[in-house]
Write a protein that binds this ligand. Structure first.
Ligand code: BDP
Length: 322
């Protein structure tokens, strides 16, 4: 420990030079547990930051949702109590409505299309909107959240089978309306509440990608996985603006660079994880049901019209991305 006198003597200097790179450990949050592709990608980012800054900048990962629900984590990130958060765009929509264009059902043709859109100028525009929206967040980049399908206790083999089923959705009017338009009843709740809601019968099912269905153990209760592909919601990586402003310009540039690299690295991890999860789910007796998506695609047109109205031009540009 340095004597107090030395510390006090150094204080005016530190105050006078705010851009001096002070050692910082950035607290990062993810609702998924250790080993999940998004968690690993952010940890790799941390290792790169540490190496490039001689240990001045580090990331400490809090995975498994230990810092709270995604909505709570967004709030903590806005306040600067959490520095980096990997969150679903589903929970960002109610805070920064402009991101909802990516939360619309069947807005992307497939995952390859989504990747090309987020990698290109439209992806950057949406990141900029988050950053410039005055919500104390800096959007760093995208990650894959795969394609979301229905998983239910009773099989959904036709669109009609979904009628009246209570399906958990993320708490976002666009997503709740999507479920209504598909014929089910959307029930909003946080990720961590789904398992017991399935157990107690509060809901009949939920919808997500296969890695989440497996990792959160929902497959133990819902044995039918209907390949509806109704949503392809990219994941967002954000930083607290307060924490961002404390970084030197060099460190800011470095964080942006490694975040961009993480965007591409996570994709590789994601592809592997989806294949592994599908195999494990099948081995555990989950039935993958192929379905004619047309009724769902057509049924959700009013959602794209209503919630997509402010983004009509943008939706045309998204559709034009080859
Ligand atoms: C997963 C996302 C996660 C969300 C979850 C959900 O990776 O961020 O919290 O869906 O639906 O796909 O709650």
């Amino acid at each position: 420990m340095k004597p107090l006198r030395t510390l006090l003597a150094a204080l005016p200097l530190a105050l006078a030079l705010p851009s001096v790179a002070l050692a910082q450990t950035l607290k990062a949050s993810d609702t998924h547990s250790a080993g999940y592709p998004t968690v690993v990608a952010v940890e790799q980012m941390g290792k790169k930051l540490e190496a490039a800054t001689g240990g001045k900048l580090k990331i400490q990962m809090f995975s498994g949702g230990v810092l709270g629900t995604e909505t709570e984590v967004v709030e903590q990130t806005q306040l600067g109590a959490v520095q980096i958060a990997r969150i679903s765009l589903g929970v960002v929509g109610p805070i920064v409505p402009d991101v909802n264009v990516f939360n619309l059902p069947y807005v992307f043709r497939d995952e390859a299309h989504m990747r090309r859109v987020v990698d290109g100028e439209i992806g950057q525009e949406i990141l900029d909107k988050v950053t410039n929206a005055n919500f104390n967040l800096v959007a760093l980049g995208w990650m894959d959240g795969g394609t979301r399908h229905l998983y239910t206790k009773k099989p959904v083999r036709t669109a009609a089978d979904l009628k009246g089923m209570k399906i958990r959705m993320q708490n976002n009017p666009v997503l709740l309306d999507t479920m209504e338009a598909m014929g089910g009843n959307g029930v909003a709740m946080n990720t961590g509440e789904i398992f017991s809601a399935l157990q107690t019968g509060v809901i009949d099912g939920a919808e997500n990608n296969s890695p989440t269905l497996l990792a959160h153990n929902h497959y133990q209760i819902t044995k039918f996985f209907t390949q509806s592909g109704h949503l392809i919601i990219p994941e967002l990586l954000v930083m607290s603006k307060r924490s961002w402003e404390k970084l030197t310009p060099e460190h800011q540039a470095l964080v942006k660079k490694v975040a961009r690299e993480a965007q591409l690295e996570q994709r590789e991890l994601w592809n592997k994880r989806v294949a592994e999860s599908n195999d494990k789910l099948k081995a555990a007796g989950v039935e993958f049901i192929e379905i004619d998506k047309t009724p769902f695609q057509q049924g959700t047109a009013p959602v794209r019209e209503k919630h997509g109205a402010p983004y009509a031009e943008l939706m045309k540009r998204i559709a034009a991305v080859q």
